[in-house]
Ligand binder design. Structure first.
Ligand SMILES: NC(=O)c1ccc[n+]([C@@H]2O[C@H](COP(=O)([O-])OP(=O)(O)OC[C@H]3O[C@@H](n4cnc5c(N)ncnc54)[C@H](OP(=O)(O)O)[C@@H]3O)[C@@H](O)[C@H]2O)c1
Length: 274
């Protein structure tokens, strides 16, 4: 189980929420899917003020009503709201939508024009006020993390695009974070349910394992104990499959098949993001 730099253990497998809350008619089913995920132990929920412009946070609020203590709640502030006053106001709106007193981990969604140091100041004020327990960043590369300076010691995570299709962070970002005992959150770990899941190498490993391609893609992210993987699933069958991916132990042969099809990086590349 991964741990935060402050020693708090967090689940390796959580649940994403991008695109939830976009259609009123689907909200109940989405909240049900998140609750099913909680029942199955996927108790870290990742959301953002951006998703459905607050709609996803409302779905999360519905899903966790009466179960707040079970959940490790992650949300994110828009870069254009990440100023000293803007971040505080945005966080208060998020708390209200989710009907909670505090957010366990609050992230800068990506870097914008507000200086990082100012956002950190706002995050520290929110932490002192008990509105968030910790803060972190998203879509930040090694040079961005270095720019945090001494505040890097208080940064709880970096949430980045990481999947078989996007392995660039293995070159330097993952080792950089591991050296600081900072877990990395892998977003879009199953390639948004797109062409990754139709790849022949994934199908071959899935057949060998008696699993689905999505489960193999997820198990691959979870092979590294410092990674927290946050697939999004509104379909209950997907939720069940994803939860079961924790039981999948990829063999050396499986990993070699996947490495041959999705080569690990051999040089620095710019950080990929969605
Ligand atoms: N920080 C950032 O900038 C950033 C960017 C992107 C994403 N994220 C976070 O990361 C989360 C995950 O990323 P994502 O939503 O982009 O993509 P993802 O989790 O890789 O893929 C989600 C898609 O895959 C489908 N799916 C889920 N489980 C499946 C399974 N077992 N078999 C087949 N298909 C399955 C889902 O369908 P159903 O919904 O129909 O089940 C959905 O269409 C987001 O929801 C969000 O919380 C963060």
């Amino acid at each position: 189980m991964p741990s935060l730099p402050d020693g708090t253990p967090i689940p390796a497998l959580g649940q994403g929420t991008w695109h939830m809350g976009e259609k009123g008619a689907a909200r109940k089913a989405e909240a049900d899917a998140l609750r099913l995920g909680l029942d199955l132990g996927m108790t870290l929920i990742d959301t953002a003020e951006m998703y459905a412009e607050g709609g996803a946070e409302e779905v999360v609020g519905e899903a966790i009503a009466g179960r707040r203590a079970e959940v490790f709640l992650v949300s994110k502030v828009y870069p254009h709201n990440a100023s000293r006053r803007g971040a505080v106001a945005a966080c208060e709106r998020s708390l209200k939508r989710m009907k909670v007193e505090t957010i366990d981990l609050y992230l800068l969604h990506w870097r914008g024009s507000v200086p990082l140091a100012e956002t950190v100041e706002a995050f520290e004020a929110l932490r002192a006020a008990g509105k968030i327990r910790r803060w972190g960043v998203s879509n930040c590369d090694v040079d961005d993390l270095e720019e945090l300076g001494p505040a890097l010691a208080d940064c709880a995570t970096d949430q980045v695009l990481y999947s078989l299709e996007h392995r660039g962070v293995e070159f330097d970002l993952l080792p950089f974070c591991a050296a600081r005992r900072m877990p990395v959150m892998a977003y879009s770990p199953i390639g948004q349910g797109g062409k990754l899941l139709r790849h022949r190498a994934l199908a071959r490993v899935a057949a060998r394992q008696g699993a689905t391609p999505a489960q193999v893609a997820l198990a691959w992210t979870l092979r590294d104990a410092t990674i927290v993987s946050i697939p999004k699933a509104s379909d209950p069958a997907h939720v069940r499959q994803n939860a079961a991916a924790r039981e999948l132990a990829l063999t050396a042969e499986d990993l070699a098949t996947l490495d041959a099809a999705f080569a690990p990086p051999t040089r620095k590349r710019g950080l990929a993001m969605l």
